[in-house]
Structure formats: structure tokens, C-alpha cells
Design a protein around this ligand. Structure first.
Ligand code: UDP
Length: 308
């Protein structure tokens, strides 16, 4: 039986990944310090070949025995989380990535780094291909996340080139689905929970900024294909279906049959104006593209929030 380590395994994406690895008949060691993750997200995996380990990967990572795959997903990922926890965000992207790469080296295991479309910052090229270097404000409030992930990519490529580690980098675009935290401040859980409670929908700025939303199952499929591939450079995984935040607010109101009105709030500093993945590389090297329609994915997510 193959063994996989998932850091941040009790978070939104990490928990879906753990579930998928169990389905693939692996033993899963899920590492989390529960800063933004929660054991509830993986409670259904207990009793399978699954271990939950409370460990802060910025201090050390130690795992006994052989390891076949490492997925480094530990990090706050919502803007309000990383604004509240700027130092932890910087530490997990830098020190944490260094420790996890050390583990990969010790175990001679391939490592996949969860990176982000945020490495492109407020992009001047649209849609964003992997060879765009980005437009990031290093000292702005979002810089703590963006620069941590840019450093994480840099050190991962250094381990690949210098130590010949088999590393992969996925640049994750806006992803949504069950197990996002209702209060995590991101647009999908915020709008759904506001609409469900007939509270005003808070659109930031004029709502003309765009995002492209990918359903979590599609993302996980792309991640598995990347891990199993022999491609060592960053790959965008996301859904190119771009829309404005105002359009998205209207869609959520209609899917939830809500009476909510839209209100406008101040746009957060450095909020990217546009974001859309160019997925031609993923299509070419992974034969991957998203399969889930936005409406279908949102309905599953709305159902999940009904039970919360
Ligand atoms: N947003 C919004 N209202 C909210 C939460 C977010 O209008 O209650 C906007 C936010 O300003 C951004 C977009 O929705 O333009 C996506 O925000 P999110 O925090 O989900 O992630 P980001 O893509 O900015 O990392």
C-alpha cells in the first residue's frame, strides 16, 4: 500500500485530497495544526487507512517509515485569514515549505506544492499563462500570501534543480465546494450564507472585478494527474469560466431563491481586477479540463451550507 503525506490535510482542499487518496487505496498521513483547518473536515475518514497528526510544519516535520507522495497544502488561503495571520502565512509558505522539502528529500518522495493564481498578483496579461511572471505588490496586505507562495515556488524549483527532487507545482485558481468555512470571508461562502439568510449580499467595489470559479472535484482530478505526471514546472488548474463578482452575486441570489439585495462595500486593497486561468498547458500535459458546470457545483455547495 502506498503512503501519502498531506500537509494542511484538515483544510478545505486538503480534506478533499485526503478523501481522494483513500479512494485510491493509499494510507494517508494528514498533518495539520488546525489554524484554519478543522478535524470535522476529515472525521468521515477515521477508521480507514487514515491518521490525523497535529503538527505545525513551520517548526519541524517528522514522519516514521516510507513515504511515496507528499502534498504540501498547509497555508491560510482566504484574504481575511492571511490579513489576520500575516506572520504565520509567511512562515508556512517559506519555513514550512523548506521543512516539507526536507522530508521529501529524506524519503526520496515526489512532492506537489499547492501554489496559487495569486503569484500573478493584479495581472497585466489576461488570461494568465504559466510563463507570465506576475504583478505583485510585495509590501501590500496580500503580499504576505503572494510572496510566501512565490518563495515556495522558488525553493521548490531549487530542490528540484539542485537536489534532483521530483517536484510539481500547481497554481490553483479560485476553487469552491463543500467544506469551505462559512465565515472564511471568501466570496463563495459569504454570498451563499448571506443569500440563504436573506441578508444583504456584500459586493466589494463596483463588482466589475472578475474571477473564474472551479469546482473542487475538478481541481483534485488535475492535482492527481499532475502528481502522477513527469512534469516539473508550474501548471495552472482552474476553470476558465470568467464572470464579474456582480454577475456572480446575481447568480447566487437566483440559485438560492433569495430575497437578498445587493449592497456595495469598499474594495479591499490590491484586490486583483481580473483573473482567469489559461489552461492550455494542463490540457496538453495532463489531458485535463474541468468537467463540472458552475451551476452544478454551486448547487452541491449550497446543499452543503444548508446543513451547516
Ligand atoms: N468579494 C466580494 N464580497 C465578499 C467577499 C469577496 O465582493 O463578501 C470579492 C473580492 O473583493 C474579490 C472576489 O470577491 O474581488 C473574490 O474574493 P475572494 O476573497 O473569494 O478571493 P480572491 O480571489 O480575492 O483571492
Amino acid at each position: 500500500m502506498k503512503r501519502a503525506v498531506v500537509t494542511g490535510g484538515a483544510g478545505f482542499l486538503g480534506s478533499h485530497l485526503c478523501e481522494r487518496l483513500i479512494e485510491e487505496n493509499m494510507e494517508v498521513l494528514c498533518i495539520d495544526n488546525f489554524l484554519t483547518g478543522h478535524p470535522d473536515n476529515v472525521a468521515h475518514l477515521f477508521g480507514k487507512n487514515f491518521k490525523l497528526i497535529n503538527m505545525d510544519v513551520t517548526n519541524y516535520v517528522h514522519v516514521k517509515g516510507p513515504v511515496d507522495f507528499i502534498f504540501h497544502f498547509a497555508s491560510p488561503a482566504s484574504p481575511i485569514d492571511y490579513l489576520k495571520m500575516p506572520i504565520q502565512t509567511l512562515k508556512v509558505g517559506s519555513l514550512g515549505t523548506h521543512k516539507v522539502l526536507g522530508l521529501a528529500k529524506e524519503k526520496s518522495a515526489p512532492l506537489l506544492l499547492a501554489s496559487t493564481s495569486e503569484v500573478y498578483g493584479d495581472p497585466l496579461i489576461h488570461p494568465q499563462p504559466e510563463d507570465y511572471w506576475g504583478n505583485v505588490n510585495p509590501i501590500g496586505p496580500r503580499g504576505v500570501y503572494d510572496e510566501a507562495k512565490r518563495f515556495a515556488e522558488a525553493i521548490t524549483m531549487a530542490y528540484h534543480r539542485y537536489h534532483k527532487l521530483d517536484t510539481k507545482i500547481v497554481r490553483i485558481f479560485n476553487t469552491f465546494g463543500p467544506r469551505m468555512r462559512k465565515e472564511d470571508g471568501r466570496v463563495v461562502p459569504s454570498f451563499i450564507s448571506q443569500a440563504k439568510n436573506n441578508k444583504p449580499i456584500t459586493v466589494f467595489g463596483d463588482g466589475n472585478q472578475t474571477r473564474s470559479f472551479c469546482y473542487v472535484d475538478d481541481l483534485i482530478e488535475g492535482i492527481m494527474r499532475l502528481m502522477y505526471s513527469d512534469y516539473n514546472y508550474p501548471v495552472n488548474i482552474g476553470n476558465p469560466n470568467e464572470m464579474s463578482i456582480l454577475e456572480f452575486a446575481r447568480l447566487i441570489i437566483s440559485l438560492t431563491n433569495s430575497d437578498s439585495k445587493i449592497i456595495f462595500k469598499e474594495l479591499p486593497e490590491d484586490d486583483p481586477k481580473v483573473r482567469q486561468p489559461d489552461i492550455s498547458l494542463a490540457q496538453k500535459v495532463l489531458d485535463w479540463e474541468p468537467q463540472t458546470l458552475l451551476k452544478e457545483g454551486l448547487e452541491k455547495t449550497i446543499d452543503y451550507f444548508k446543513g451547516t
